[in-house]
Design a protein around this ligand. Sequence first.
Ligand code: 1GP
Length: 246
Amino acid sequence: METITNTIYAEIRSAFQNKIRLLAVLIDPDKVDFENIESLIAKINQSPATHIFIGGSLVFSVLIEKMISKIKTFTQLPIVLFPGHPSQIADNADGILFLSLLSGRNSDYLIEHHVQAAPVLKKSNLEVIPTAYLLIESGGITAVEEVSKTKPILRKHIEKAVATAQAGELMGNKLIYLEAGSGALYSVPTEMIEAVSKAVEIPVIVGGGIRTKEGIESAYSGGATMVVIGTAFENDSEFFNQILND
Ligand code: 1GP
C-alpha cells in the first residue's frame, strides 16, 4: 500500500490561512457524456477551478472509476469524491469527502454509511477528509433532502447552523460544507456563511444554486474558502469563460 498523504487537505488549509479562493467543479458522471470528457476537462483546465469533485445521487463506482481514469489523462487537478453512498467509492480518485450529514437526524448519514465505507477506505489510497455536511433550506425540495430523508436547516436559523457547524468541528471534522443542494433555487445566505465562518476555525465550503459571478463573490466575501459549481457548468460549458470576461 502506498503512503497516504494529506496533500489535498493541506492545500485547502493553507488557502484558508492565506485567504486564497478555491473553486471546485462538480461533475456528475450520470450527466456527462463520456465522449465529451476531453473537451469538458479542457474547459475546466482553462477555468479558475482548483479541484474537481465527482459525485451524483445514482452513479456506481465502476462508472466513476472509468470516468476518473479518463479525466486524469487530461488534467493535473486533484480529483475528490463527493459521494452520496458508500457504493460510490473509487480508488483511483485522489481523495474523498467523508461526509456526515449533521443537519439531519438520519443515522444512515451520520454513522451507518461510514461503518460500511470504513473498511474499504482503510484499504484504499484515498485521502479521507472528514467533513461536516449541512443542508440548508433553498426554496424547494432538493435531491439531498429527498435521498437522505432529512430536513434542511431553515435559512433564518443562523444560530442553529452555527451550533451545528461548531459541533462538527468539535467532533473532529476538518471541513464544514454548507450545501443548498444541487440546482437549488436559492444558494446559502451570505449572512449564514459569514456567521459560520466566524464561529469555526476550519475551512468552509459552500455549494448549491450558485450560478453567477456575484454568487461566487458573495460566498467568498462571507468567508468561504471553497465554492462548488455544478449545474451552472453542466448547463453551459462556457460558464467560466463568461465569468472571466465579465
Ligand atoms: C452540490 O453544491 C453542489 O452539492 C453544486 O450545486 O449543482 O447547484 O452548482 P449546483
